[in-house]
Write a protein that binds this ligand. Sequence first.
Ligand code: ZN
Length: 157
Amino acid sequence: MSFGPSLSHPASPDGPPPQFTAVCEICGRAPAIDVTFRSMITIVIGVQVSTISGRYCRDCGLAHYRAQTKSALLGGWWGLPAVVLPLLLIMNVVGAKKIERLAPATSVPASALRPGAQYSPPLVPGTPVSRSPALIVPLLMLALVIGCCCGLPRLYN
Ligand SMILES: [Zn+2]
């Protein structure tokens, strides 16, 4: 079995066993890549950005992507800093596309894992963002903006 570029050094008959560098830091499976997902909550002029960054397999990475993006969709629209929310969402989608290109994760030999590291079962990816109730918030905000721009002036004329 070959792990391709995830091998940090080639196996040699009298050298140390091969070390796998691209192992998910949550579940210890491979392949995995380095990705970053962000979320933000805005209130009036305040903003709180949450960043999750690490080396994740497909399942764990998708779980982080979906959780961070849903959180941003729910909490990112309530203040002026919301102007950067579309950029944040695009950055998350770019990271998700990288994760989705990974092959399904499989276990690696115990010798390939970091000594002493504790691994958990893989995260559950959960519902796709496109089917999440969190999408209701931006749709309501869009309807509100359209309503304010087109509908409300007629009420007062
Ligand atoms: Zn994982």
